[in-house]
Design a protein around this ligand. Structure first.
Ligand code: BES
Ligand code: MN
Ligand code: ZN
Length: 506
């Protein structure tokens, strides 16, 4: 396969020990915080003391002369002319702390990402931001330095910053750095998978890539091919997948959770490698973005591998349906009735509501193993983007797990908001001929309709969450913070936070 290994050029992270004023490096990164009152001088963030001393304690004033204010995503570069050993000083805005004086982990993460992007083309840099929060600085640096170059020939575009030394006050710095690098690598792997074009990433090759990742991490893999899916009664995956010459797959990964796992968690992710809409075909404008309709699958695979690498005491299974949704003479049609895994029947009224069909099979299969929690994630509805915008995932499911997951999403900086299942919606999915229809035919509350549909396939009593990531998983605007163009890696860090929280609290 040509490449799902996009970010081959990567940035090395190290722990630094030299003073930032005298370190032998090409650039030193310091943080800048906005002044408490409007019009006053911004403040240097903690960690830059030796640099400030070299500038006679006047570095913040000097940066203010350039117009720097310390707002998020602001970068000011000044030549040092020997004031410190490094020839370049990079001041990056942290933004106003949400509470109190100290910047949050997410502010450090974003500023580190911004600084890493601003240092593209530089060999070596040293960051003082690790002294505020080492893990956040490391994650932000590696996520911000991400580039996807597998499909570019020649050298258009500058190489990411070569290596970054992080200063820190962390007593267990080496372990913190290792964990942060693993987390960022999972995010980057997810981005690579999302950014790989659909002519190279289709169910067969996606499943092969999942196998490689799982085997490298020493976890179990099982792949059902199209024949096994039909034989096994997976009517949702088979039905949606039958229109494409790229045959469907169902990938299952299993990490046992070490000697004494605290709980069993099932992860499920939507893997539509390209969504044309099928016979209910989408308009041409913007259809190319449907290369990202497997972002949930990619995140679930990467997170399961990450759980194994971090040896979390939680058993994790990933159940990942993979299809290409195509119109053709073999495609499923509006009016078809599919018999899903587990036996429920679904009337297809719109072949573009395909994600919920493949996920229904996957959810029933995942629940068969008796997990304590089930977390499913998908680029499921355009309605998520309308309701919550491009940076906030919609979190649905059973209470109180839904609120717990939404809170964890916000804590990671990925951002999520809990959404309801109004009781009247289920009746709107009543079908003329089958147990349920896949759409309501009305345009209202589309995100909640899709979630309600999925809920029909979750066994009663199982704590579950559905994360609609249609907006947050794919970024088409200019880069900001650690978010680069294309796949964002959302919701890997939320899924990890959920697993960690379950490991700690059950
Ligand atoms: N993959 C799309 C949802 C989507 C839209 C993801 C935009 C990312 C960006 C999904 O399969 C879909 O087509 N949903 C339809 C559902 C409708 C037919 C009820 C939608 O949202 O329009
Ligand atoms: Mn669709
Ligand atoms: Zn889709």
């Amino acid at each position: 396969m040509p490449a799902t290994k996009g970010s081959t050029v990567s940035t090395d992270l190290h722990l630094g020990s030299a003073s930032p004023a005298t370190a032998d490096t090409d650039a030193v990164i310091v943080g800048l915080l906005p002044a408490a009152e409007a019009g006053a001088t911004p403040r240097l963030a903690p960690g830059a003391e030796e640099v400030d001393a070299a500038f006679d304690g006047a570095l913040a004033q000097l940066l203010a002369v350039t117009g720097a204010t310390g707002k998020a995503d602001e970068v000011v570069k000044i030549p040092t002319r020997g004031t410190i050993t490094a020839p370049l000083l990079v001041a990056v805005g942290l933004g106003k702390p949400d509470a109190g004086d100290a910047p949050s982990a997410e502010q450090v993460r974003r500023a580190s990402g911004t600084a890493a992007r601003a240092l593209a083309g530089t060999e070596r840099a040293l960051s003082t931001l690790g002294r505020i929060e080492l893990a956040a600085a490391a994650e932000g640096t590696l996520m911000g330095a991400y580039t996807f170059t597998a499909y570019r020939t020649g050298s258009n575009g500058r190489a990411p910053v070569g290596s970054v030394e992080l200063l820190s006050t962390d007593s267990d710095a080496a372990a913190t750095l290792r964990t942060a690098a693993a987390v960022a690598t999972a995010v980057r792997t997810t981005r690579d998978l999302v950014n790989t074009p659909p002519n190279d990433l289709y169910p067969e090759t996606f499943a092969a890539r999942a196998r490689e990742l799982a085997e490298a991490a020493g976890i179990e893999v099982e792949i059902l091919d199209d024949e096994a899916l039909v034989a096994g009664g997976y009517g949702g995956v088979s039905g949606v997948g039958q229109g494409s010459s790229r045959k469907p797959r169902l990938v299952r990964l299993r990490y046992a959770g070490g000697p004494s796992p605290r709980a069993k968690v099932a992860l499920v992710g939507k893997g539509v490698t390209f969504d044309t809409g099928g016979i209910s075909i989408k308009p041409a404008a913007g259809m190319d973005a449907m290369t990202s309709d497997m972002g949930g699958a990619a995140a679930v695979i990467a997170t399961t591998v990450l759980a194994a690498q971090l040896e979390l005491p939680v058993a994790v299974t990933a159940t990942v349906p993979m299809v290409e949704n195509m119109p053709s003479d073999s495609a499923y049609r509006p009016g078809d009735v599919l018999r899903m895994y587990g036996g429920k029947t679904v009337e297809v009224l719109n072949t573009d509501a395909e994600g919920r069909l493949i996920l229904a099979d996957a959810i029933v299969r995942a629940a068969e193993d008796g997990p304590d929690y089930l977390v499913e994630t998908s680029t499921l509805t355009g309605a998520q983007q309308v309701a919550l915008g491009m940076r906030t995932m919609g979190v649905m499911g059973s209470e109180p797990f839904r609120e717990r997951v939404a809170g964890l999403a916000r804590a990671t900086g990925e951002d999520g908001w809990a959404m309801p299942f109004p009781g009247h919606i289920r009746a709107e999915l009543d079908s003329r001929v089958a147990d349920i229809a896949n759409v309501t035919g009305k345009r209202y509350g589309g995100m909640l309709v899709a979630g309600t549909f999925l809920g029909e396939f979750v066994p009663a009593g199982l704590s579950w969450a559905h994360l609609d990531i249609a907006g947050p998983s794919f970024h088409t605007g200019g880069p900001y913070g650690y978010t680069t163009k294309g796949g964002t890696g959302v919701p890997v860090r939320t899924l990890l936070a959920v697993l960690q929280d379950i490991a700690e609290n059950g």
